[in-house]
Design a protein around this ligand. Structure first.
Ligand SMILES: [Zn+2]
Length: 352
């Protein structure tokens, strides 16, 4: 699943040329058919490729992307018409130290979930987004685990609160009268390491869900999903409907803005509906607005927000301003009845 966190910034950083560490890609930039063919059966999507990484302690699985992984992302970008030309990332040591610390400071219960199914965090410049998580399969073709890719160039300058404020402002059209401010860290802890930690918790949420009973495999189209009964987390909020079939939520009637939530590119919701949108969100079981965009992100956001707020006891507050006055404050849902069923599933998962 491509998580286009900070994708807009990634485009700004796009050099448009292959630099050092860029593999030679045997598909032309517009040739989607070629890229899709190469993506099928790609070595970096196989468990075998990640065996050596999986043998290391979880905290040691961090480093520059192997060439085959960069190649996989290059094919994926061509298949998705992203202009970005990925290359092996080589962030400065202090950035790598931040990523290591962000990971090391996560609860042991999170790290335990990863031992068998997480190949690590790999750096790629000009990724086309700040985060990318995909799955690898075993010899029987079953989803066996996942790997995380980060683009250091787009994360370099952010602190936790600047990143969160930026991300959650993107679904709303810019306005002189309305704005959103978000706090996910105290002033003393508002640094880059903690921005990376929240982003990583989201990506780890995707890895944890691979092959699990939370939501259908994100590589399947809604048309290809025959039953959702085996995904109780999904069934708390989502259904399949429409023609062609698509993901809908059980709240769509009472929460009309839900369908217009678009992150990063092409804001659709007028800023004067910010308060109404968050009032709508409070009638759902979604932990954050981003949760309401896709079943996979529903789980990844719930996982990240639950670990951040409940387990790590960090702040989470979104303030909606109208004419420089706070018109609404949105806080974490974990003590509220609306999120209790999802909380129970997360508690069971993290009680290890
Ligand atoms: Zn995601």
């Amino acid at each position: 699943m491509r998580t286009t966190l900070l994708a807009a910034a990634a485009l700004v950083f796009c050099t448009g040329a292959f630099g050092e560490g860029a593999p030679r890609i045997p598909c032309a930039s517009g040739d989607k058919a070629c890229a899709l063919k190469r993506l099928r059966d790609h070595p970096a999507k196989k468990l075998e490729f990640w065996k050596a990484a999986l043998a290391k302690p979880v905290g040691e699985r961090i480093g520059p992307a192997p060439a085959a992984l960069v190649e996989l992302i290059a094919f994926d970008n061509i298949a998705n018409s992203f202009p970005n030309k990925p290359r092996i990332g080589s962030p400065p040591p202090e950035f790598v130290a931040d990523v290591r610390a962000a990971f090391d400071e996560m609860p042991e219960a999170v790290k335990k979930l990863l031992a068998q199914r997480y190949a690590g965090i790999y750096f790629v410049d000009d990724l086309g987004g700040s985060g990318f998580t995909d799955q690898y399969i075993d010899s029987a073709g079953k989803a066996a685990g996942g790997f995380i890719v980060l683009d250091p160039t787009v994360l370099m300058q952010h602190t936790a609160n600047s990143w969160a404020t930026w991300r959650d402002s993107t679904p709303f059209k810019p306005s002189a009268n309305e704005r959103l401010e978000e706090t996910i860290e105290t002033r003393a802890n508002d640094n880059r390491k903690n921005a990376i930690q929240y982003i990583l918790l989201h990506e780890i949420g995707h890895v944890v869900a691979i092959g699990g009973s939370y939501h259908p495999n994100w590589n399947l189209k809604p048309d290809e999903i025959h039953s959702t009964r085996e995904f109780p987390f999904f069934e708390l909020s989502w259904t399949l409907g429409g023609k062609p079939r698509r993901y809908e939520t059980i709240y769509d009637k009472a929460f009309p803005q839900r369908k217009d939530i678009v992150y990063y590119f092409g804001a659709k919701i007028p800023a004067d509906q910010m308060v109404a949108t968050y009032e709508g969100l409070e009638k759902t079981s979604f932990a954050t607005l981003y949760s309401a965009t896709h079943p996979g992100d529903d789980f990844a956001e719930a996982f990240a927000n639950y670990v951040h707020v409940v387990m790590l006891k960090r702040p989470f507050e979104i303030r909606l301003y109208t004419q420089d006055k706070v018109a609404k404050t949105y806080t974490a849902c974990w003590e509220q009845p609306r999120c209790a069923p999802k909380r129970a599933i997360l508690e069971a998962l993290l009680k290890n």
